[in-house]
Write a protein that binds this ligand. Structure first.
Ligand code: ASP
Length: 322
């Protein structure tokens, strides 16, 4: 694994949460909390990224992640380039490296990349100039580090602890980069009771998620849970989803009010979005009193500000003098 830290221990790139220790995660969460403003409050405005250019390269669809990286960078004073990669030159045959070098020539300092191909963030890290950083905004089914961070920030805000928490992740875990990153962050911060709930075909390989319990009945998996995180079925990562009967899935695995009563009375209901109401989650649960789904979105901006600010601080040390 490539080092994501510079020689002085500063955050240089963020491709994965693997290898980032507890102290680093806590420092990021603390910084994110200082940037967090709730709806109705004036947003934080700072100059931490003054003179920094951030290029957002999204080769897969995104609503929350893309909008929040954009807002986060602007609220810290950056110049932001949002490239519509569906209509970009990569479609016309320009290689990823040519795109990279083109945007570096325009003084990009930080690339934010989402791609369906495994290994793309590391590939960019291997090829960017020494004064340029890379942040993953979602790598295939493997990793979504800022989502993992915003999930643990949301849990910390309510539970104030990670040790002893019972966390159930329910749905298409096999194809979920969110489940992988959130589980990694929880493990680093001290949660050991992780339950994975899915039909057998959507559970991950045995070797993944070491130490987690596996369930094929949702009622068993969410019993007594402090956190229930629901996931969308990632049809775009399946060879064929033709056989998927959404009504039957909702009957067997959908989170409805009756099932939610099996969890702890103070349970947090989470979902990274986009939600499929009536498939993995009932509308009244998604909008109900135990749901923190919109808080996750709010925390997403704060976490991305914290990551950008931490990387910009490292970048300042690396910049060439005029
Ligand atoms: N938005 C999340 C992701 O990019 C979850 C999802 O798409 O279901 O992985």
């Amino acid at each position: 694994m490539r080092s994501q830290l510079d020689g002085a221990g500063g955050l240089r790139h963020l491709a994965t949460l693997d290898g980032l220790g507890r102290d680093m995660l806590v420092a990021i969460l603390d910084r994110a909390e200082s940037y967090r403003r709730f709806p109705g409050q004036p947003a934080y405005e700072g100059r931490e990224l003054a003179g920094v250019t951030v290029s957002n390269l999204f080769f897969e669809p995104s609503t929350r992640t893309r909008a929040s990286f954009d807002l986060a960078a602007r609220r810290l004073g950056a110049h932001v380039l949002n490239l519509d990669m569906q209509s970009s030159s990569r479609v016309k045959g320009e290689t990823m490296l040519d795109t990279l070098y083109t945007l570096e020539a325009m003084n990009t300092d930080i690339f934010v990349i989402r791609d369906s191909e495994p290994g793309m963030p590391d590939f960019l890290i291997d090829h960017v100039a020494p004064h340029v950083s890379v942040i993953s905004a979602g790598e295939a089914h493997l990793s979504h580090p800022t989502q993992g961070l915003l999930d643990v920030l949301t849990i910390r805000a309510h539970k104030r602890r990670f040790a002893g928490l019972k966390v159930a992740i329910v749905g298409d875990i096999r194809h979920s980069r969110v489940a992988r990153s959130t589980a990694r962050a929880l493990g680093t911060l001290g949660t050991s009771d992780l339950r994975l709930v899915a039909p057998a075909a959507l559970l991950p390989e045995e070797a993944e998620f070491a130490g987690a319990q596996r369930f094929t009945r949702i009622e068993d998996g969410i019993a007594g849970a402090d956190v229930v995180m629901m996931l969308r079925i990632q049809k775009e990562r399946m060879a064929s989803s033709a056989a998927l009967d959404e009504a039957a899935y909702f009957r067997e695995y959908g989170l409805n009010g009756e099932r939610l009563r099996l969890a702890s009375p103070s349970v947090l209901v989470m979902h990274p979005g986009p939600m499929n109401r009536g498939v993995e989650i009932a509308s009244d649960v998604a909008d109900g009193p135990r749901s923190v789904i919109r808080e996750q979105v709010n925390n997403g901006v704060a976490v991305r500000m914290a990551i950008l600010a931490a990387i910009a601080a490292t970048l300042t040390r690396r910049r060439k003098p005029l």
